[in-house]
Design a protein around this ligand. Structure first.
Ligand code: TMP
Length: 193
């Protein structure tokens, strides 16, 4: 089983890139390997609970995202996939919830039963560019608050990438096809190993 996670701040383009990589992969190994493209949060129930509770308590958020992950992983393991493309995974909780003050080691402990990703594709982008892409989805009132929180999340992701060897940092400010090509080349080298 090969687990590839796509990480990055909101607006980094990871959902688009993960989809393009999935389509490419299906063409190449889809006839002999079971490939999954999936996304976290996974369960509708936990996502709507998080929305309903208003994203307030960072400890509760950590537990909810991790509980969602437990259901997700259980389901994946039961289905027996060979390659799993995860649009967000454990490092999203580490990055987003630790900047809200939750202890990183505790987040890792809560997530310690889940399989580790083999490759973490970090789509790195300046929060200004990301928010520009998300214009319309974020109201002006929220803009500066969002900019400062995404800056902290980005720094945390970059810090993780310096500590963990399986991180691949991709400059996501470029044209989509350039980003896709670089990500594809990295992933392709893992496919038959
Ligand atoms: P997305 O559609 O950009 O992936 O949005 C999901 C949001 O949920 C994003 O703002 C990040 C947040 N999130 C966390 O804070 N912690 C987590 O563990 C996960 C999976 C997502």
């Amino acid at each position: 089983m090969l687990i590839i996670s796509f990480e990055g701040i909101d607006g980094s383009g990871k959902t688009t890139i993960a989809k393009l990589i999935f389509e490419r992969m299906m063409k190449i190994i889809g006839n002999r390997k079971k490939v999954l493209l999936t996304q976290e949060p996974f369960t509708k129930e936990i996502s709507s609970l998080i929305e309903k509770l208003g994203w307030k308590d960072p400890i509760a958020l950590t537990l909810l995202f991790s509980a969602d992950r437990a259901f997700h992983i259980n389901w994946i393991l039961k289905e027996g996939y060979d390659v799993i493309l995860m649009d967000r995974y454990i490092h999203s909780t580490i990055a987003y919830q630790s900047v809200l003050g939750v202890d990183e080691e505790w987040i890792r402990l809560v997530n310690s039963n889940f399989p580790k990703p083999d490759i973490v594709i970090l789509l790195d982008i300046r929060p200004e560019t990301a928010l520009e892409r998300l214009r319309g989805k974020i109201d002006r009132f929220n803009f500066s608050e969002k900019l400062s929180s995404l800056s902290k999340v980005r720094e945390k992701y970059l810090e993780l990438s310096r500590k963990e060897r399986n991180f691949k940092v991709i400059n996501a400010e470029r044209e989509l096809n350039e980003v896709e090509e670089e990500v594809w080349n990295i992933i392709y080298s893992y496919l038959d190993s």
